[in-house]
Design a protein around this ligand. Sequence first.
Ligand SMILES: [Zn+2]
Ligand SMILES: [Zn+2]
Length: 247
Amino acid sequence: MKIIFLGTSHGVQAADRYCQSMLIETEQGSYIIDAGAPVMDCLIRLSYDLKKIKGVFISHLHSDHTDGLLGLISLANWYYKEMKFDVFMPEQGGIDGVGAYLSAVFKNSPNYPNDRIHMHLVEEGVIYENNGMKITAFPTGHMEHYQRPAYGYLLEAEGKRLYISGDLNGARIDYPEFLNEEPVDGFVVECAHFPAEALVEKLRSCKAKFVMPVHVWTLDKYDTIKSHAEELPFGLAYPKDGDCFEI
Ligand SMILES: [Zn+2]
Ligand SMILES: [Zn+2]
């Protein structure tokens, strides 16, 4: 299982970091986790085989995780007609909003609606099991103050397990407890909503083999995490935009 980091920034982009988006590649298909802008442009620059993409999974409806979605979907509707995939969003308002946008853009056009792109509502539990990939959604309290959902995703394929935290609750760093009990091969964790020292303390009991902080802000948090790397019971990597890791 390969992880290609398309964008690693926190809530806003920077000169060298796009907002959050990851491409997870397996032999049988590829999956986009979060669609920060400009996810489609990133795929085109990679000359990526767009037919491989089977699903797009949005962790929550903050713009740094969604701003690239409309570009991706609208291009898939009218130009890249070899694309066929499912989109999973955590709120019906997001699904309806995308539908309204596409209806306006493609009014009276034969390109939309079509049977290639389907949208689904995310709920807790297994949400996808297809093409050798199983994806399970775990709720986080990132948007609980607005009574809105947010999720992290466990991806299981090719005998590997990858957990992507999504954005977390700043007070609790509430990635799921199973990460302290069952090993995962990779753990991509955000680090914008709490102090880096608090994350390091929490991670001491994490059974992940490899931890990759992303969505890091402020950037001095990298130094804090790196200063503890020797004492932590897992490997650490610090992905930048365009980096690819295999787990
Ligand atoms: Zn975010
Ligand atoms: Zn967020």
